[in-house]
Design a protein around this ligand. Structure first.
Ligand code: ADP
Ligand code: MG
Length: 986
C-alpha cells in the first residue's frame, strides 16, 4: 500500500473563529397541534403560513376587563393542525440531513408546553413517524451503498474517530458476533411492533451530492438531561450477579425492582473545542431499523427509569445524537483510507426539550418542586443565552453567554459559538389553559429568530481521483462475471485476486496418473507447470515493472501535490498579507474620510465667515460712497454759501463804511457847532465873571475853516469814543482829541447838562485832564500808545465789542446822538443794562474748574449767586452782575487770585454782554519774605498791568472775555471787558 502524503487539513475549523462570515438566523418554525376535544376553546389562529394570532381565552378576558389584546407572531413557517409529519420533515429536517451528509452539523429542537406535541413532532406517534425516524431513514437512503463495514470506523474516547484496518475490523466483528445473538442483517430482524409502523415512511428521501468515493458510518447516542444531570440512555449497565439492575435492553430484571440511579455523565471539550458527553455510548448502526431500535431501547429505559424513580418524563430533555463518520476511499477505491485526519465527523442533534411550563403549574411538592425549578432553570438559561447572543449580535457587544449555567446550553454551545444550522420547532397547543404559557413560548421564539449562527463551510475533498468506487466495483463485477462463466465458485472477496491471476493461465492437463508407467501425464503436468511458472515469472517481472512505474508516477504526483500544496500555502500567505494591506488601507481610507469631513466642515464655516465679511464690506463701501457724495454736496454747498456770504459781507461793509462816514461827519459838525456854542457861552461867562460887565457879543456859527482846526480849540473830550475799527480812519483827523480816555464815565459832571457851578466844572474838568494824563504817563510806552488809541492789532482786537451770535461791532449810542443831540449814556453803550430786580443784585459767580482751593480766610462770598464753572448764557440772562475768579502765578511765585467783576447787559441781538468794571486782586504773602511784602504793597494799577500782558491770553481763552481800558477801573483807563458766553451747540 502506498501511503498518501499528508497535508493536514483540520477536521473542523476552530469553532472560536469561523472562517466564513456568512450567518443564518436560527430557523424557528411553529407547529399548532389539533385540540384534544373539538368543543374546547381555541386561542390560536393560523393567519398565514408564517403568522399566527393569539386570542386571549374568554375566562382571562373577563378577569382583565377585556383588556387583553390579540397578538400576532411570525415564524419562518407555520404548520397548522393538518400538517402531516412528512410535510414537516420536508421543510424542517430534510435540509439538516442533507447538510449532515455534506459534513455539516445541525441542531434541531422542539420547544413548547407539555402536551403541545414536542414528542409527537420529534419521535412521532404510532403510524406517524416523527422527524427522528424520518431523518434516520433519509440518512441511510443516502449513504446506504457507501457504508463502511462495521468497526472500520471506531470512536475514540475523545470525541474523535479512528479508521481500523480490514483485519482489525473483522476481528471486532467476530468478537461482537460471538457475544450477542444479533442477526447479521438487521433488515431480516423482526421489528418491535411498537414502533414498526413509525419507521416505514411513505416516501424514501435521499440526499443529493453524496460523495460516493467516501465510506460512511452512522453512530447514534441517546442521552437524557434530568435535573441538570446527564444520563446515557444507551449505556449497557454491567450485570451484577447479586443485584442485577438492567438488562441490555434496559428492561429491569424480573426479580429486581430496586434501581440505582445510573451514573451521570460529564461534559468535556475536545481538541476542536466541541463539547461532548465523556464516556457516552456511541452505537454504530447500519440501517434505519437498527438505529430506531437503539433509540427505542433508550426510550424504553428512560420510561422505565422515570416510572421507577417517580419522575416525569416531560421534565427531562432528551437528546438523540446522530454522528456520521465519513472518510475517502483509498486510491484503489476498495478500502477506506487509513488516515485518521481524513475522517470527517458531522452530527445532527435531535432534542426534545422539557415542557416549558412554570413551576406553579406543575403540581409539584418537595423534591419534585426542586426538580421543576431545575427544569425551568435550564430553560431559563437557554432563554438567557439566546438573549445575550442576540444582544451581542445586534449591538456588536461581547457579553459573556452563560452556556455553562446549564448542561443543555453547555452541550450545544458550539452550535451558537461556532458553526452549524440551528432549527427550532415551537409546538403549541391552542387550548385555553395553555394560553399564558404559550405567550411566553412565543416571546422566546420571537427572540430566538433574531439570533444568527455561522453557516457551516464546505469540507475540502481528498486529493484522489473521483469515481474510484465505481471503477473498483465495475472491476469486481467483471471478475465475478468471468468466474461465474467458468463455473468456479465465487466465495467472497478473498478469491477475487486469485481468480484474476487464474484467468491468465491455461488450464492444467488432467493430473490423474494411470499407472506407474505413465510417462505422459507427469511430463505434461511438469510442462504445463513450467509453462505456468514461466508465465508467472514473466508476470512478476511485468508486475514489478508496472509497480515501479506506478510508484514513480505516484511519487511524481506526490511531489507535484507537495509543490502545489506549497504553492497554495505561499499564496495563502500572500493572500493574508494582501488582506492585511487591504485592512490597513481601509483604516487609512476611514481616517482620511474622517479628516476630509472635518476639513469640509471647516471650509463651510470659513465660507460662511467670508460671506459675512463680504456682506459687511459691500455695505461699508456703499455707505462710504454715499457719505462721499454727501460730503461733496456739502463742500459745494459750503463754497456757494461762502461766495454768497462774501458778497453779503462786502456789500454790508461798504454800506456801513459809507453810513459811518456820513454819520461821523454829521456828528463832527454838530459837535463842533455845540462846542463852539459852549465855547462862546463860556467866554461870555468868563467875561461876565472876570470883567463884571461886558458888552453883549453875538455868537456866530463857526466857519468851516474853524472846523478844520480842532487842535486850536481847547482840549475837550471827544464825544465819539469809538472802539469801532471801521471808524479809525475817519477818526484819524481827531487824533489829538484822543489823548483823552476813549471812554468817559457817564457821571462826569462837565458832561451832564443842568445847573452846576462853573468853576467846579472847570476844575473838575481840568483835574480829569491831568489825571488822565498822569495815568497815561504811568503806563509803559506800549500801553500808553494803546490807551491813546494808536492802532495795533491787539488794541484793535481788544477794542472790539464782541457780541454773541454775530461779529458785528456795536455802534455806541447812535440813536441817542441822532435823536437828542445830547450825550446821555456811557460812550460805549451797545448794551442794555439789566434792570435791577427788587431783590437786589444777582451775581454769576464764575469759578473755572482749574482753580486751586486756597485755604485763605478771606474768601469772596457773594450771596444769592449762581455758581458756574463756564459762563453760560442762561445764567447770565438771569443775573446782572458777573464775577470771574481767576488764578495765576504771580512773579514772586505765589498764587494770586483775581476777581474780575462786570455788569451784564442785554444786547440788541438777544444775547448777553458783560462789561467788566472792576478787578479785585487777592494775594497771599509769606510773612518772612520782605521783598514780597514791599512788592505786594506797591501793587497798583501800573503793577497790575505788567503781568496782565502775559496772562491776558490765558484769561481770554479761559473765559472768552474781551477787555478794554476804562476810566475808573483798576486796570487803568479805557479797559472795558466784554464777555460773551461760548457758543453752544444747537
Ligand atoms: P409533548 O411531548 O409536548 O408533551 P406529546 O407529543 O406527547 O406532547 O403530545 C401529546 C399528545 O398529543 C400525544 O398523544 C400526541 O399524539 C398528540 N399530538 C400532539 N401533536 C399532535 C398533532 N400534531 N397531531 C395529532 N396529535 C398530536
Ligand atoms: Mg414529550
Amino acid at each position: 500500500m502506498i501511503r498518501q502524503t499528508k497535508v493536514k487539513t483540520p477536521r473542523r475549523p476552530a469553532p472560536k473563529k469561523p472562517s466564513n462570515t456568512q450567518k443564518d438566523p436560527v430557523g424557528v418554525y411553529c407547529r399548532v397541534r389539533p385540540l384534544g376535544a373539538e368543543d374546547e376553546e381555541c386561542c390560536i389562529e393560523v393567519i398565514s403560513n408564517t403568522t399566527i394570532q393569539l386570542h386571549a381565552p374568554d375566562g382571562l378576558k373577563a378577569n382583565r376587563n377585556g383588556e387583553y389584546k390579540e397578538t400576532q407572531y411570525s415564524f419562518k413557517k407555520v404548520f397548522g393542525i393538518k400538517t402531516t409529519q412528512r410535510e414537516l420533515f420536508e421543510d424542517v429536517a430534510k435540509p439538516l440531513v442533507e447538510d449532515l451528509t455534506h459534513c455539516k452539523n445541525g441542531l434541531l429542537f422542539t420547544y413548547g408546553v407539555t402536551g403541545s406535541g414536542k414528542t409527537h413532532t420529534m419521535t412521532g406517534s404510532p403510524g406517524q413517524g416523527g422527524l427522528l425516524p424520518r431523518s434516520l431513514d433519509m440518512i441511510f437512503n443516502s449513504i446506504g451503498p457507501y457504508q463502511a463495514k462495521r468497526f472500520v470506523f471506531k470512536p475514540d474516547d475523545k470525541n474523535g474517530m479512528e479508521v481500523q484496518t480490514q483485519v482489525d475490523a473483522l476481528l471486532d466483528r467476530q468478537k461482537r458476533d460471538s457475544q450477542t445473538n444479533v442477526p447479521k442483517t438487521p433488515s431480516r430482524r423482526i421489528l418491535d411492533p411498537e414502533f414498526a409502523d413509525m419507521i416505514s415512511p411513505e416516501e424514501a428521501y435521499k440526499a443529493d451530492g453524496v460523495d460516493e468515493d467516501s465510506s460512511y458510518s452512522v453512530f447514534v447516542s441517546y442521552i437524557e438531561i434530568y435535573n441538570n444531570y446527564i444520563y446515557d440512555l444507551l449505556e449497557e449497565t454491567p450485570f451484577d450477579p447479586i443485584k442485577p439492575k438492567w438488562n441490555v435492553a434496559g428492561i429491569p430484571l424480573r426479580h429486581n425492582t430496586e434501581f440505582i440511579q445510573p451514573q451521570s455523565k460529564i461534559l468535556r471539550e475536545d481538541q476542536n473545542h466541541n463539547m461532548y458527553v465523556a464516556g457516552c455510548t456511541e452505537v454504530e448502526v447500519k440501517s434505519t431499523e437498527e438505529a430506531f431500535e437503539v433509540f427505542w431501547r433508550g426510550q424504553k429505559k428512560r420510561r422505565i427509569a422515570n416510572t421507577q424513580l417517580n419522575r416525569e418524563s416531560s421534565r427531562s430533555h432528551s437528546v438523540f445524537i446522530i454522528k456520521l463518520a465519513q472518510a475517502p476511499l483509498d486510491a484503489d477505491g476498495d478500502n477506506v483510507l487509513q488516515d485518521k485526519n481524513q475522517v470527517n465527523v458531522s452530527q445532527l442533534c435531535l432534542v426534545d426539550l422539557a415542557g416549558s411550563e412554570r413551576t406553579s403549574r406543575t403540581r409539584a411538592e418537595g423534591s419534585r418542586l426542586r426538580e421543576a425549578g431545575n427544569i425551568n432553570q435550564s430553560l431559563m438559561t437557554l432563554r438567557t443565552c439566546i438573549e445575550v447572543l442576540r444582544e451581542n449580535q445586534m449591538c456588536g457587544m461581547n457579553k459573556m453567554v452563560p452556556y455553562r449555567d446549564s448542561k443543555v446550553t453547555h452541550l450545544f454551545k458550539n452550535y451558537f459559538d461556532g458553526e452549524g444550522k440551528v432549527r427550532m420547532v415551537v409546538c403549541v397547543n391552542p387550548k385555553a389553559d395553555d394560553y399564558e404559557e404559550t405567550l411566553l413560548v412565543m416571546r422566546f421564539a420571537e427572540m430566538t429568530q433574531e439570533v444568527e449562527v455561522a453557516r457551516p463551510v464546505d469540507r475540502p475533498i481528498c486529493g484522489f481521483a473521483a469515481g474510484r468506487r465505481q471503477k473498483n466495483q465495475a472491476f469486481k463485477e467483471e471478475l465475478t462475471h468471468r468466474l461465474e462463466e467458468r463455473g468456479g465458485p465465487v466465495d467472497g472477496e478473498s478469491q477475487t485476486v486469485l481468480s484474476q491471476l487464474l484467468q491468465s493461465f491455461t488450464p492444467l492437463p488432467p493430473c490423474e496418473i494411470s499407472g506407474p508407467n505413465d510417462d505422459v501425464t507427469l511430463p505434461k503436468l511438469i510442462e504445463a507447470l513450467e509453462k505456468r511458472h514461466k508465465i508467472r515469472q514473466m508476470m512478476i517481472g511485468e508486475y514489478n515493472k508496472t509497480a515501479n512505474m506506478l510508484k514513480s508516477i505516484l511519487q511524481e504526483q506526490d511531489s507535484n501535490v507537495l509543490s502545489k500544496d506549497n504553492f497554495i500555502q505561499e499564496q495563502r500567505g500572500k493572500l493574508g498579507e494582501k488582506d492585511k494591506m487591504i485592512q490597513n488601507q481601509k483604516n487609512e481610507i476611514d481616517r482620511l474620510e474622517k479628516k476630509s469631513k472635518m476639513l469640509e466642515y471647516k471650509i463651510e464655516i470659513l465660507q460662511k465667515t467670508t460671506n459675512i465679511y463680504e456682506e459687511d464690506k459691500r455695505s461699508l463701501r456703499h455707505e462710504l460712497e454715499s457719505r462721499e457724495q454727501r460730503l461733496q454736496r456739502e463742500v459745494s454747498d459750503k463754497r456757494r454759501m461762502e461766495a454768497r456770504m462774501q458778497g453779503i459781507v462786502t456789500d454790508a461793509k461798504l454800506k456801513w463804511e459809507k453810513e459811518c462816514e456820513r454819520r461821523v461827519n454829521a456828528k463832527q459838525l454838530e459837535m463842533q457847532n455845540k462846542l463852539w456854542v459852549k465855547d462862546e457861552k463860556l467866554k461870555q461867562l468868563k467875561a461876565i465873571v472876570t470883567e463884571g460887565k461886558t458888552e453883549n457879543r453875538q455868537p456866530h456859527r463857526p466857519s468851516r475853516e474853524k472846523d478844520k482846526d480842532p487842535p486850536k480849540r481847547s482840549a475837550s473830550p471827544s464825544p465819539v469814543p469809538s472802539p469801532y475799527n471801521g471808524c479809525q480812519s475817519s477818526l484819524s483827523s481827531l487824533e489829538p482829541m484822543y489823548n483823552f480816555p476813549q471812554t468817559v464815565r457817564p457821571d462826569y459832571p462837565f458832561l451832564r447838562p443842568g445847573s452846576v457851578s462853573v468853576t467846579s466844572c472847570i476844575s473838575e474838568w481840568e483835574q480829569g485832564v491831568t489825571q488822565s494824563r498822569r495815568q497815561s504817563s504811568h503806563m509803559p510806552p506800549d500801553r500808553r500808545k494803546r490807551a491813546q488809541g494808536l492802532p495795533s492789532t491787539l488794541e484793535r482786537r481788544r477794542g472790539r465789542c464782541w457780541v454773541r451770535d454775530c461779529e458785528v461791532p456795536v455802534l455806541p449810542a447812535d440813536v441817542d446822538l441822532e435823536t437828542t443831540g445830547q450825550w446821555t449814556g456811557p460812550p460805549v453803550r451797545p448794551l442794555h443794562r439789566r434792570s435791577h430786580s427788587a431783590g437786589g443784585e444777582r451775581w454769576v459767580d464764575h469759578k473755572p474748574t482749574t482753580n486751586v482751593d486756597l485755604d485763605t480766610v478771606m474768601q469772596p462770598n457773594i450771596p444769592n449767586a449762581i455758581k458756574v464753572t463756564a459762563p453760560s448764557e442762561k445764567a447770565l440772562s438771569k443775573c446782572d452782575k458777573y464775577v470771574l475768579t481767576h488764578q495765576e502765578v504771580a512773579s514772586d511765585g505765589e498764587i494770586q487770585t483775581k476777581l474780575i467783576k462786570g455788569e451784564v447787559f442785554k444786547t440788541r441781538g438777544g444775547g448777553q454782554s458783560v462789561q467788566f468794571t472792576d478787578i479785585e486782586t487777592l494775594k497771599q504773602e509769606s510773612p518772612i519774605s520782605a521783598s514780597r511784602k514791599r512788592r505786594s504793597a506797591e501793587t497798583g494799577p501800573a503793577q497790575e498791568g505788567e503781568p496782565m500782558e502775559g496772562d491776558w491770553t490765558d484769561v481770554e481763552t479761559r473765559c472768552s472775555v474781551a477787555v478794554e481800558m476804562r476810566t475808573g477801573s483798576n486796570l487803568g483807563p479805557g479797559y472795558q471787558h466784554h464777555g460773551y458766553p461760548k457758543r453752544k451747540k444747537p
